[in-house]
Design a protein around this ligand. Structure first.
Ligand code: ADP
Length: 309
């Protein structure tokens, strides 16, 4: 069953910005679907329309069998949402917040209490149940936010950067939970920058750039896009002029990409550097998903430039 269908969706804001430009995608029930893309790509705009919080300029959105554009209230009721940024209700404690949202979502007192306990246990929030959210760390606020998005037992969730500020142990709990929820049939739309971690739980993803879908597929399909490149991570004890075959990664210092065909030349160069005592550490391996993501965006920018020329 298809849980979400977005067809030819466009959104132009009043100031003229075309934030979504003819987007189409389908998400199956129980699928964990990732939305990736740089800041300003149009992810939040898409999510807000799915949630019935923003009216599309054109195109259609259905959640289950319901037309969300015609009935935005349906989406607001039936989808759990964790927005980006801080989460707190003035002065409320962790436990009260989850309970209150569960009640708002239509659970009875007893059900809401049970659900609250279950979520506190699952997110390891026991030590914070009486903490006032306003005074809680960003991580505890974030986890409480995810817990409230789950409080009413919704069949569909939209999570915007759920792991921001969350410590590594609880981040792991969160990813496991997202994965379990998907397997249990909850449909999840996940906006994230954390590709390396999200890869484990994402069934399919769309890379969005400038309001359009640049690429869509499984993480494995994304990996198969760049099979002829390798990644070098190099730590040197002093300044070293990179080998001409190396392209700087652009984001991580000491990280480079190069063609498989140049492996021999790069290795020989590394040996020379090592013999001169200049290499502290190096690692050669397949590109990370972040590399591939960057390459996809660069390829898209090139295509756009060629189309203009
Ligand atoms: P993302 O979530 O991927 O960072 P957004 O959907 O927030 O992207 O934004 C997409 C584009 O729309 C950006 O250029 C942003 O500046 C613009 N935008 C977002 N909200 C508004 C708004 N309310 N009015 C005008 N422009 C907006």
């Amino acid at each position: 069953m298809t849980a979400l269908t977005v067809t030819h969706l466009s959104k132009r804001y009043r100031n003229g910005t075309l934030a979504n430009d003819d987007l189409s995608l389908q998400v199956a029930e129980g699928e964990v679907y990732g939305l990736l893309g740089p800041n300003g790509a149009g992810k939040t705009t898409l999510v807000k329309q799915v949630l019935g919080l923003l009216k599309p300029t054109s195109g259609s959105i259905t959640v289950g069998a319901v037309d969300v554009v015609a009935d935005p209230g349906h989406a607001r009721r039936s989808i759990g949402y964790l927005p980006q940024g801080q989460f707190h209700m003035a002065g409320a404690r962790v436990e009260e917040t989850i309970f209150a949202i569960a009640r708002l979502r239509g659970l009875s007192r007893a059900e809401a209490r049970r659900r609250t306990e279950e979520l506190i246990a699952r997110f390891d929030l026991e030590g914070f149940r009486k903490t006032c959210l306003r005074d809680a760390s960003g991580g505890v606020q974030r986890l409480t936010g995810v817990a409230t998005a789950l409080a009413g037992g919704q069949r569909m969730l939209v999570l915007d950067e759920p792991t921001n500020d969350v410590d590594p142990v609880r981040r792991q709990l969160l990813w496991n939970m997202i994965s379990e929820l998907g397997k249990a049939g909850t449909t999840i739309l996940l906006v994230t920058h954390n590709l390396a971690e999200a890869e484990r739980v994402i069934d399919r993803f769309a890379i969005i750039d400038k309001g359009r879908i640049v690429r869509e597929g499984t993480p494995a399909a994304l990996r198969s896009v760049v099979t002829d490149r390798l990644r070098l991570e190099l730590t040197t004890s002093g300044p070293v002029e990179p080998h001409p075959a190396l392209d700087a990664d652009g984001t991580t210092q000491g990280a480079y990409m190069f063609d498989h065909a140049a492996l021999g030349a790069v290795s020989a160069w590394l040996v020379i550097l090592r013999d001169r005592g200049l290499v502290d550490d190096f690692r050669i391996g397949p590109p990370t998903l972040d590399d591939i993501y960057a390459a996809s965006l660069a390829a898209h920018a090139n295509e756009a430039r060629r189309a203009v020329a």
